[in-house]
Design a protein around this ligand. Structure first.
Ligand code: AP5
Length: 596
């Protein structure tokens, strides 16, 4: 949906791209039709052939100079280089290719070549590039995946430069199980970046990158033919930089476990020396792993077998007892929940629930903030809407009438808040996102997905029957419960219905957890945090211990993982580090009862 207009979107929609038909993508960005079309490679983009364009802005970095390190044939290197515009990706890529013989795949270069050759793709990409905006995902993703699946990239290894540039692009690669061994980020201050862009000149014959002050060509002949990129003026550079910043963090979460941040504000030789040492190390590790028969991180089929601590996750943020939670902490959890939900829905799961109990989302704590819950719901709803899904966000209304009307206090006024919230500038609300209540009559034909905001029983009333009627009507469409509280409340005089209780609870339990997060404390306290329990679909439960560091900082270290949600005893045992038999002697530890 978002990608249909030229706007500096943070994330844009990415249809799934089949590796078998790399030239197929949705035409929705270019025409009013949303049908699936197949682009024939009528233009001269042949992904698997080596191209040398003359009179284009194409960087050729396939020629090798100097010592070339041979990659292991069975496990070629896969590297991504990322960074803001002009952070030096292209410059470092040339050096890396010379040294490691990798196939350099630069989306910027491929697109510029298309533009120069006047191809259909080039014409479409040009307006975005010249405006300093991202070219729609479907164009770029098709090109990149086609190139990555070529034989030379598979055998020699690859260096991906300028892709992925959005969360959706990163997810497209994840879906295709294409993962790098190393993700390098070049870090350069904004002022330097702008100066570098404005001074950059390209040699259209060799593809070499120069700079008007810091790196001039040696001969007058080369100097005379240098060209300036159309997107290298101050205004466009600022726009590119802004778009980069908006997307960078979301991509980092995908590659956190293989990420190396490099100070790119040094001479290119110094920068290269550091990157080279990382790449060489990865190469050695891969070779060692192959010899020993152990899996390496980059091997996707093997990756799934490893703990989720090696998954695309950045570790638990610290200072979670500080209220209000910082924006970073909130964003972090929204992202974490979103990824788990997306994975579960992509796997065809339709009855899901999220349980996240950081202090601001824990109704049992007086620091509970309804705004945080609403923001979480908005992030999830917008993300699916960005993919063209019609999302219905539902909050239960008062149940019963008159004196019997019951509504959980916590949800009172929530619907109004949702209606007044900022849902982005592209008119998602009322079109791709609609707000409704809980019940069968809320299910419309056009709805693709239902998000239910904290559905819960109120004293005297049970939401489960409405919920069941709604899920029956929704059929195979996903229904996601965010922080549900569906256990029957104890009634003082049998006020909560008891008829059919077992069946209701059985139904409530039929929702599968796709995300769980809970902080752990000593029994009866809310301070200090002792650790955390996290599960993110489809991975195992992970138990973490919070550790104070001498610097006054803190960190979470993983203690154990569990295929199912661990019992309080299992958690205590893991903290004590004792077997069940030994545990009886201890008796010091005891976490909040009833939390599991
Ligand atoms: P792209 O070409 O990838 O542009 P970019 O990311 O903005 O990066 P640059 O090429 O500007 O810089 P660089 O980091 O390679 O720096 P360089 O080595 O040249 O993409 C262009 C456009 O294509 C995008 O805006 C977008 O529209 C589209 N696009 C591309 N990928 C896309 C995707 N995945 N999705 C959607 N759209 C996409 O160095 C810059 C200058 O600095 C040079 O002059 C160099 O000599 C100098 N320099 C480099 N290193 C140093 C150093 N260490 N010290 C001093 N000077 C240095």
């Amino acid at each position: 949906m978002v990608a249909t207009s030229v706007s500096p979107n943070v994330v844009s929609s990415t249809p799934s791209v089949s590796p078998l038909s790399p030239f197929s993508f949705y035409s929705s960005s270019f025409s009013s039709s949303s049908s699936f079309v197949s682009f024939q490679p009528s233009y001269n983009y042949r992904p698997c052939s080596l191209r040398l364009y003359t009179n284009t802005h194409f960087r050729t970095s396939s020629k090798s100079k100097g010592l070339k390190v041979k990659c292991s044939v069975s496990e070629p290197l896969k590297v991504m280089i990322s960074g803001a515009p002009a952070s030096g990706k292209g410059t470092q890529s040339q050096l890396l290719v010379n040294k490691f013989g990798l196939i350099h795949i630069s989306t910027g270069d491929i697109l510029r070549a298309e533009v120069s050759s006047g191809t259909e793709i080039g014409k479409k990409a040009k307006e975005y590039m010249n405006a300093g905006l991202l070219v729609p995902d479907e164009i770029v993703t098709a090109m990149v995946t086609a190139r990555l699946l070529c034989e030379d990239a598979k055998t020699k290894g690859w260096l991906l430069d300028g892709y992925p540039r959005s969360f959706n692009q990163a997810q497209s690669l994840e879906k295709l199980k294409i993962r790098p061994d190393l993700y390098v980020i070049l870090d350069v201050p904004d002022e330097t970046l702008i100066d570098r862009c404005i001074g950059r000149r390209l040699d259209p014959v060799t593809g070499k990158i120069y700079h008007l002050t810091s790196f001039l060509p040696k001969t007058e002949e080369i100097r005379a033919r240098l060209i300036t990129r159309p997107d290298d003026n101050e205004e466009k550079v600022k726009s590119r930089l802004e778009i980069y910043k908006q997307n960078a963090e979301a991509i980092l979460s995908t590659y956190s476990n293989i990420l190396k941040k490099v100070n790119g504000n040094r001479s290119k030789e110094e920068v290269f020396a550091e990157i080279e040492s990382f790449v060489s190390q990865v190469q050695k590790d891969k070779e060692k792993a192959i010899k020993s028969g152990k899996p390496t991180l980059g091997s996707v089929s093997q990756l799934k077998q490893l703990s989720t601590s090696q998954d695309n996750w950045r570790g638990i943020p610290t200072r979670l007892n500080n209220i209000p939670h910082s924006r970073e902490i909130r964003k972090y959890f929204y992202e974490d929940v979103l990824q788990a939900t997306q994975r579960a829905i992509n796997d065809g799961r339709t009855r899901l629930k999220v349980e996240i109990n950081i202090p601001e989302l824990n109704p049992e704590m007086d620091v509970y903030r309804i705004g945080t819950l609403m923001e979480l719901v908005r992030v999830i709803a917008l993300s699916f809407a960005d993919d063209g899904k019609h999302v219905k966000v539902c909050v239960q209304g008062p149940m019963g009438e008159g004196a019997l009307a019951g509504m959980p206090l916590q949800l009172a006024g929530t619907r109004k808040i949702l209606e007044f919230m900022d849902w982005g500038d592209y008119g998602a609300i009322g079109t791709f996102i609609n707000i409704g209540s809980i019940g069968a009559n809320e299910v419309d034909e056009q709805d693709d997905l239902f998000i239910l905001v904290a559905p819960q029983n109120a004293v005297g009333n049970c939401i489960i029957d409405d919920l069941r009627a709604m899920t029956d009507a929704a059929g195979e469409r996903p229904v996601v419960l965010i922080n549900p509280r569906l256990k029957d409340l104890p009634g003082s005089s049998g006020i909560m219905q008891t008829m059919g209780r077992d069946k209701r609870l059985e139904y409530a339990a039929s929702f599968e957890l796709c995300y769980f997060f809970r902080l752990l404390y000593y029994a009866g306290t809310q301070y200090p945090i002792m650790g955390a329990l996290r599960m993110s679909y489809p991975y195992r439960y992970e138990l973490y211990k919070r550790v104070d560091e001498p610097s006054g900082k803190e960190k979470y270290v993983i203690l154990s993982t569990f295929p199912q949600r661990p019992s309080t005893d299992e958690v205590n045992d893991a903290f004590i580090g004792k077997t069940r038999a030994q545990k009886e002697e201890s008796g010091i530890w005891g976490f909040l009862s009833g939390i599991f």
